[in-house]
Design a binder for this molecule. Structure first.
Ligand code: FE2
Length: 425
């Protein structure tokens, strides 16, 4: 064997597990494996998980914080205006440099797969070229999946559909959309139809920004589910944000969720962004605006949490830490039961891996040896601590290491060091 990880705890709760790795793949998983390996890592009872996956990001805008100015109100509308100001000044070199820096951060956080939307409304398609270059550059250590995203509206922006088709021809993977931003509800529905038909014709996945609004009548998710079913795209279509569902009438939602389930459409909530951008027109009580995560999970719908933004026109914070995303999602959705907290961990690992259609993801023999060793004993503790990533492993090779999070105390009669894991006894 090339690498043996001893005494790991797995996300499903199994403890004392060894993981043997050969030729970049998981070879065996079990208690006290009788194998030798060139290299051994003692997990010390800590959690070993497949890598974090971010199902919703904007890598063309990331790390542009302050360019050309800071979003002073912090609102969605000022963010869109700011992005419009920044777009003409973008250069391919700067886009690549910022995206590459973000990918370094991602790797250090154990985030090894990202679905990024890329704005195709700029006729130069500079961002598309830049992110395709980044995708090739990071491919040995990070899976970057790109979505052709008509930020200014497929029908509202004159060349958007032609540009989207060009972007797909250049190698962008997924068909995006933004129906709630079209001029009318009817045009939004028409954009969903056109994009789903185009995706079906090309055999591509679909991921639309859908109903990112507090308007309870923004119901494009219903249309998206309808076309996913009609065109037999089950398992290939995702609705991102779906924040209007927060404000919808309960009776309508009771009809809607089974339709989404039947259509095999997945959902992505973006808790950090939804909690900061939605409900801005409310006084008090003020809506949270995140979509109905526990209710969709209960209905059998795949729900992932995405980061959406890091240091860009819409959001000034973030560092590529999907545990921070899960932490916020858990709080906003009030998912505080034991099973619910564990589900929040799956919403940044297994579930987005399924949404992206990643092959070889998991912890069974034959899967890619892509693993993260965390400074935590369970999935819930990992979220509580936003636990450090001691080792990040890609295809059996360590690609990032961090020291244990630990403080040295100078207190009489107290331990010399302290970490924040719960130690029994
Ligand atoms: Fe987004």
């Amino acid at each position: 064997m090339d690498l043996l990880i001893r005494n790991a705890t797995l996300p499903d709760g199994r403890t004392g597990v060894d993981i043997a790795i050969a030729d970049g793949r998981i070879n065996a998983v079990g208690a006290a494996l009788a194998v030798s390996a060139a290299e051994e890592i003692d997990a010390g009872g800590n959690l070993v998980t497949p890598p974090f996956v971010d199902a919703h990001f904007h890598m063309d805008a990331t790390l542009s914080y302050g360019l050309p100015r800071i979003n002073s109100s912090g609102t969605l509308l000022e963010g869109i205006a700011l992005w419009g100001e920044l777009k003409p000044a973008l250069t391919q070199e700067a886009l690549v440099a910022r995206a590459m820096q973000y990918c370094d951060w991602a790797v250090a956080r154990g985030l090894l797969a990202i679905r990024s939307h890329v704005d195709i409304c700029d006729d130069r398609l500079l961002a598309v070229e830049a992110l395709l270059q980044v995708k090739r550059q990071v491919a040995p250590y990070l899976d970057l999946q790109l979505v052709a995203f008509p930020q200014d509206g497929l029908l509202r922006s004159p060349n958007a559909f032609a540009n989207l088709k060009r972007a797909i021809a250049m190698g962008v993977d997924v068909v995006g959309g933004i129906p709630h931003f079209e001029r009318t509800m009817a045009e939004g529905a028409e954009s969903v139809r056109l994009l789903c038909e185009f995706a079906a014709e090309k055999g591509l996945r679909v991921d639309m920004h859908c109903d990112e609004s507090d308007d309870p009548m923004s119901r494009h998710i219903e249309t998206l589910a309808f076309h996913a079913q009609r065109l037999e795209l089950q398992g290939l279509v995702t609705g991102s944000h779906l924040t209007s569902m927060h404000s919808m009438d309960n009776y309508y939602v009771s009809k809607l969720l089974p339709l989404i389930r039947e259509a095999g459409v997945a959902a992505i909530a973006n808790p950090l962004i939804n909690i900061t951008l939605q409900g801005r027109h409310d006084s008090y009580p003020k809506r949270r605006g995140m979509t109905r995560v526990p209710e969709m999970l209960a209905a059998g719908i795949d729900v992932a949490f995405g980061h959406d933004c890091v240091m860009d026109p819409w959001y000034s914070l973030g560092s590529g830490d999907m545990l921070e995303v899960a932490h916020m999602g858990l709080h906003v959705a009030q998912m505080t039961g034991q099973d619910a907290m564990h589900a929040c961990f799956l919403a940044v690992t297994e579930t987005p891996a399924r949404i992206l259609g990643l092959s070889g993801y998991g912890l069974t023999p034959g899967c890619n040896a892509d693993l993260v060793l965390l400074d935590a004993r369970s999935t819930v503790e990992a979220i509580r601590l936003r636990a450090g990533r001691r080792y990040v492993i890609r295809r059996g090779k360590v690609i990032s290491q961090s020291p244990a999070a630990q403080a040295t105390l100078a207190l009489p009669g107290r331990p010399a060091t302290v970490d924040f894991r719960l130690h029994s006894g």
